[in-house]
Design a protein around this ligand. Structure first.
Ligand code: C2O
Ligand code: CU
Length: 492
């Protein structure tokens, strides 16, 4: 009798395990949302805006009594929000007060490769790194995080990440909520694992997509509530998670508007009732509320196009509570959304002068792992190229290219949905599918220092799913040796 009983018991357990809809991230909304402060800056006589940042160790409490060792910028956890305007020259003085070498990469920023903060520019403990560049791109929500060879996932998870907002006063449409921390709020989404007493568990970068957490931190807050005082609120979403894909909805299924994605404002607001956000992607959404009501932002299990056994391994069954929006009893009126936000991207396939294929498979791109000295692609300043990116694995990947602005020309042969028709820098590539990108390269040439392109699933990134490109003067691509030094210091 014992054997059949054990078998039945085991069967029940397996069935429960498989069928469990993992509302792993169900929470009581009970803490005020932390809004990262705007970083102070000073403006020098020549107009340069200077930020002083210190990367430092600290200790943080997420839930319960447990204190976790964490890293932050000018604080114990997370980084302040940087903000600058188009045309301004910025200089960031980044001091590493941590016990380990790391760095900061400006994700989504158009800037010279030496300022980009890739793995070629590590900042040693005690060292100050001072990148400077002129903001030359439309208004956007960009972000910054370490980009250390092999340890990015760990350093980001410890708390080194922040938003970098770019404004374009000459091209700002009237009517978008824009009071920081009031009706314009960044939301940095990170999933973590916490112990019973609330301490953060450091995870490795093994597994199908690397670390997946069971608790969601929104700007470092578990179970956050945002008290809304205006009829419309603009949420600047950043997927800062190592591997999680979110499929965001509002609790009463009400529609909301997407007004911007990675590279800035869409041509016009797009009404949606759900929004997918994959690692590294950003989106700005506007939600309208009525006085006195409460609406929750949630993530439902994302459709990742993976087989059933893989679904659990990549988080495709998990739902999360994200943020409670609690409207005051009286709301300040918000104007209607503008009908026109920005010019639509002005490139398409016909502008491309060359085509390349990028095959994502087995922690490699086109069969190559990351080599700091190998240059995979040499492009000439201002070039437009058609890149066909194919996911040959049965697991999720997404594709990020530094410095450039790109558009999605097609997703597996289909026209992209309206929310993917703006300028992008990070694009989801579903298992077994092909994405056609039109990439416009920048104008900062440097044959000696490469930019990166890679999968933004951070464990894949750390395991070497990354290639390098250099931008060179027109007419000189054929002369490039195809190699570079492994650090900026070798490339004077
Ligand atoms: Cu967000 Cu190469 O990174
Ligand atoms: Cu990947």
């Amino acid at each position: 009798l014992a054997v059949p009983l054990v078998l039945v018991g085991a069967g029940v357990l397996v069935r429960w395990w498989v069928a469990r809809t993992d509302t792993v991230g169900q929470v009581a909304f009970e803490r005020p949302l932390h809004v990262p402060p705007l970083a102070p800056s000073r403006v020098e006589a020549d107009g340069t805006r200077v930020f002083d940042l210190a990367m430092q160790p600290g200790s943080s409490r997420f839930t319960g009594e447990g204190e976790s060792p964490t890293w932050g910028v000018d604080g114990a956890y997370l980084a302040p929000t940087l903000r600058a305007a188009r045309g301004e020259t910025v200089r960031v003085e980044v001091t590493n007060d941590l016990p380990e070498a790391t760095n900061l990469h400006w994700h989504g920023m158009h800037l010279p490769a030496r300022m980009d903060g890739g793995p070629h520019r590590m900042v040693q403990p005690g060292e100050t790194w001072t990148p400077t560049w002129t903001v030359d791109q439309p208004a956007a929500t960009t972000w910054y995080h370490p980009h250390a060879h092999g340890s990015t996932a760990t350093h980001v998870a410890r708390g080194l990440l922040g938003a970098f907002l770019l404004d374009d006063p000459e091209a700002a449409p009237e009517g978008l909520p824009d009071t920081y921390g009031v009706d314009d709020v960044p939301l940095l989404l990170q999933d973590v694992r916490l112990t019973g007493d609330g301490r953060r568990r450091e995870q490795g970068t093994g597994g199908t997509v690397g670390p997946l957490g069971t608790r969601l931190l929104v700007n470092g807050t578990v179970g956050p509530v945002l008290d809304v005082t205006t009829e419309a609120v603009r949420l600047r979403l950043v997927n800062a998670s190592a591997a999680r894909v979110y499929d965001l909805v509002l609790s009463d299924a009400r529609p909301f508007h997407v007004v911007a994605t990675d590279g800035g404002l869409l041509a016009a607001p797009v009404e949606v009732d759900s929004l997918r956000l994959t690692p590294g992607e950003r989106a700005e959404v506007v939600v309208r509320l009525s006085a006195g009501e409460t609406v929750d932002l949630r993530s439902r299990p994302p459709a990742l196009g993976v087989s059933a056994p893989v679904a659990r391994l990549v988080g495709a069954r998990d739902a999360f509570d994200v943020l409670r929006l609690r409207a005051a009893d009286e709301l300040v009126a918000s104007p209607p959304l503008p009908q026109v936000l920005a010019a639509a991207p002005d490139v398409d396939e016909d502008d491309a002068t060359r085509e390349r294929e990028m095959v994502l498979s087995g922690d490699a791109i086109n069969g190559n792992g990351h080599d700091l000295s190998r240059v995979d692609v040499v492009v000439e300043a201002g070039a437009v190229e058609r890149w066909v990116v194919r996911n040959d694995d049965g697991i999720p990947h997404n594709f990020h290219v530094h410095d450039v602005r790109l558009v999605v020309a097609s997703l597996d042969g289909q026209a992209p949905p309206p929310v993917l028709r703006g300028w992008k820098d990070t694009v989801w590539v579903a298992p077994g599918t092909e994405v056609e990108l039109v990439v416009r390269f920048g104008d900062h040439t440097d044959p000696d220092v490469p930019y990166m392109f890679h999968c933004h699933v951070l464990a894949h990134h750390d395991r070497g799913m990354m290639g390098q490109f250099v931008v060179v003067e027109p007419g000189t691509a054929a002369d490039h040796p195809g190699t570079v030094g492994t650090s900026v210091d070798d490339a004077i």
